[in-house]
Design a protein around this ligand. Sequence first.
Ligand code: SAM
Length: 275
Amino acid sequence: MTGAPPLRDALKAQGLFARKALGQHFLLDETICARIAAAAGDLRAKPVLEIGPGPGGLTRALLNAGADPLFAIEKDARFVDFLQPLAVGSEARLRIIEADALEIDEAALLSGARTTIVANLPYNVGTPLLVKWLKAGPWRGDMVLMFQKEVAERIVAQPGEPAYGRLAVLAQARCAAKMVLRVPAGAFSPPPKVDSAVVHLTDKPDAYAHLDALERVTAAAFGQRRKMLRSALKTLTPDSERLLHAASIEPTARAEEIGLAGFLALTEAWRAGAP
Ligand code: SAM
């Protein structure tokens, strides 16, 4: 995919401006785009899903890395048009779909093939998309996702850290999560107010299956994170002390001190009907 004009020039020539409501902050630096694609490992002849290709900086890097097919889901029709020449030049590897990523049925779109997800996510839908994919079936492979830095910190946080909460527990119940790249706000056009970071998520062999139940338990536990669990979990069950006892957790403990194993034990006890 070489020989294409620099993206900044092409955007200017076509009068394409960024729309704030769609979280549009474009990454036009080829080196950073290539580093994000490289973080996904060997993509040659592998199916890849990209959300929000925008002007296509990361899309080009993914094609250069050999992604095949590359499904790119974009909500903004202007960029669906803008990317047509890239699709034509990709020898049918790039398939651009105009859609809202929150609403697509990925399993149907990808015919169930195990697919790596790589995206510079729009800030406003990053967390719901991650939760959707954490719950997804076997079609979903590794994920290399850019979030605003604070969200990336919440995904990889450990117990006792300020960013530790519901998102860390949900993500780490399914995946090994690590931060692989920090990207300063100035690397984007237009620059957002905050820095960004790329997180790599890969399924654990013992990935926890009951994410909906875990979501209920963590929502109750972290809903009042400063309170002792015997009090915070009252929104889940009136006899929270018995539930905590069944999971071998001190009733006076607080959610922020409980590690993944503790939350899984609590969820299993709750599912089993204790109390
Ligand atoms: N990937 C491009 C880049 O790195 O320069 C653009 C990233 S920009 C942060 C987010 C992109 O997601 C925009 O192109 C925006 O139009 C698109 N987008 C926003 N909400 C979306 C949604 N719900 N579904 C699909 N695409 C969306």
